[in-house]
Design a protein around this ligand. Structure first.
Ligand code: GTP
Ligand code: ZN
Length: 212
């Protein structure tokens, strides 16, 4: 059952991942035991001093890196929607993104830039990065992440338009594989007013403009 205030379900409140030091111990133990075997398969000795707690650390790290599964992004938005007569573009840019590619379980990271045009309601500003986190802290591909953020804001807030641009570096393309250190992937998704060239151009100008 969803808590209207926080957007977390009742269970998730109890075992909440709001802070990085709360974990589901049953899952930690299970994942840790798999990692002990993985260490052996990598040629390591899980019993040596430096690795004794590593399986548990990895299990906790993975739970944190995927805690978005336990969040309810639409609930987060709904918890801070306010009636307001403001109909200009609202832009929140340079939101840090940390996610994990679902193909290699390696990080991809960068920035999200998000805008919406209110249609009777505005949303608490912090809720926009919270929606980004709720979808990025999962196993993802950048394209789906971009669309999920757009759809969540559009369907929940029902603004006159939503724009999402995400720029990320993928470690699976840098540390391994093709080993390109400087490539950056940009994805975008738009609805409503942002389909029009003029509105989209204003958004793109605002996200590239430097503060004075
Ligand atoms: N479209 C998309 N591809 C991604 C993303 N993250 C990783 N990938 C790609 O997923 C693809 C998986 O391709 P495969 O050929 O099955 O895997 P692979 O043999 O490890 O591929 P290489 O990385 O080319 O060595 C690779 O091309 C990755 O670059 C993402 O967010 N979006
Ligand atoms: Zn990958």
């Amino acid at each position: 059952m969803e808590n209207e205030q926080t957007g977390f379900t009742a269970d998730e409140n109890e075992f909440g991942y709001v802070q990085s030091n709360r974990y589901n111990q049953v899952k930690v133990d299970r994942i840790a035991s798999h990692y002990s075997d993985i260490l052996k398969d990598l040629g390591e000795d899980p019993a040596r001093e430096g690795l004794l707690k590593t399986p548990e650390r990895v299990a906790k790290a993975l739970q944190f890196l995927t805690h978005g599964y336990d969040l309810n992004p639409a609930g987060l938005l709904r918890s801070a929607m306010f009636k307001e007569d403001y109909s200009q573009m609202v832009v929140v840019k340079d939101i840090e993104v940390y996610s994990m590619c679902e193909h290699h379980l390696l990080p991809f990271f960068g920035k999200a830039h998000i805008a919406y045009i209110p249609n009777g309601h505005i949303v608490g500003l912090s809720k926009i990065p919270r929606v980004v986190d709720a979808y990025s802290r999962r196993l993802q591909v950048q394209e789906r992440l971009t669309n999920e953020i757009r759809d969540c804001i559009q369907d929940t807030l029902q603004p006159a338009g939503v724009a999402v641009v995400i720029e990320c570096r993928h470690l699976c393309m840098a540390m391994r594989g093709i080993q390109k250190q400087n490539s950056v992937t940009t994805t975008s998704a738009f609805t409503g007013e942002f389909v029009h060239e003029k509105t989209r151009a204003e958004f793109l100008r605002l996200i590239t403009a430097k503060l004075a």
